[in-house]
Design a protein. Sequence first.
Length: 419
Amino acid sequence: MSKVLIIGCGGVATVAIHKCCQNSDVFEEICIASRTKSKCDALREKLESTTKTRITTEQVDADKVEEVIALIQKVQPDLVMNIALPYQDLTIMDACLACGVPYLDTANYEPENIQDPQWRTIYEKRCREEGFSAYFDYSWQWAYREKFEKAGLMALLGSGFDPGVTQVFCAYAQKHWFDTIDTIDILDCNGGDHGYPFATNFNPEINLREVSAPGSYWENGHWVEIPAMSIKREYHFDQVGMKDMYLLHHEEIESLAKNIPNVRRIRFFMTFGQSYLTHMKCLENVGMLSTEPVLHDGHEIVPIQFLKTLLPDPASLGPRTVGKTNIGCIFTGKKDGKEKSVYLYNICDHQECYQEVGSQAISYTTGVPAMIGAMMMLTGKWNRAGVFTLEELDPDPFMEALNRCGLPWKVEENPMLVD
Ligand code: NDP
């Protein structure tokens, strides 16, 4: 009998909750808790007649550790799934430790207020010492390793697609196909069209912060940082076609660099259309991506939060998005002394996702692995004390579950490489 507390009820959580309800043998009971309880209630009403999973709902402000502790004590879950925002990672981890409950999330910690002087000092030191300047990094959550180990609890970090499945792909390639992996290129292609001039596929604040930041990649044991969007390549994606893609910093590079032995280079590319980039540059130039409060008509507003209010809710893009995503990893390396290259990827159709769970493919490709990560932990397939990213665990049961739960993968030997 397993009971899960799911915090957050946005685009990604909605998919994860649908998928939990399709797997009632594992998820016998779920409690959906979020800042806006009405969203949790609406989802429960939609799902409860279709599933054996028992669903309850609660209100919580997960920025407050004591509220999360009180909620965990009330619900008594076997696992807490944090599918709110990266801002809440540490408060929810603290609450899990206080209550002795395992933890899972889909994105690594970053603070909401990047002007906080205490955080800023640590951040600037890390930028200097490590050589990349993203606002997010694993150091904050890796600092919890010893605490989770001592408590005999597991914390699984970044169980989405990228991060998440991409790391499972790396572990699978390492386990089955290579003696040594030399290079990894992670390619994230969204060939979907929602018909709006500008919208983001997941939380606009998190998304725009990520893509407007300098890019970086790992090479020969250190980070190489480049100006935002300054490395562009073209690639022909299976079932999508030719796309422009740009090198970004991405969180899984940081853990893969530590966990894939002797890897020489790891890069991450994401596709963007010219219209998206032009809109983003314009918004950036006029200050709309700023997280610093400004006075408007006597009221303090945060520009990027105001922008979020204006943009379409990512959760509403489902019915209008057509096309496919294609996300995966290209590996080069050696097996039995011979050079080889393999491309491992998933293709996901926006409209098929919408027919199944009422969401577009970006939420789907993140929500399904969140459910699978939870399933691995609840069924004991992944059961270790400490804080882990997905490449540190046995990839085989997760890969099998991807095929079964809606994200089947494909393999191409000798693919076109990215120069
Ligand atoms: P949304 O903005 O759609 O949803 C966020 C949810 O969290 C909302 O329900 C929101 O409530 C709730 N929330 C926010 N703050 C709090 C709080 N203080 N207390 C309680 N609940 C809160 O985001 P997404 O669903 O798009 O993204 C969810 C997560 O998934 C993010 O961390 C994102 O970075 C990550 N992600 C990971 C990917 C991957 O591949 N690994 C890809 C895409 C996203 P309210 O309704 O009140 O706003």
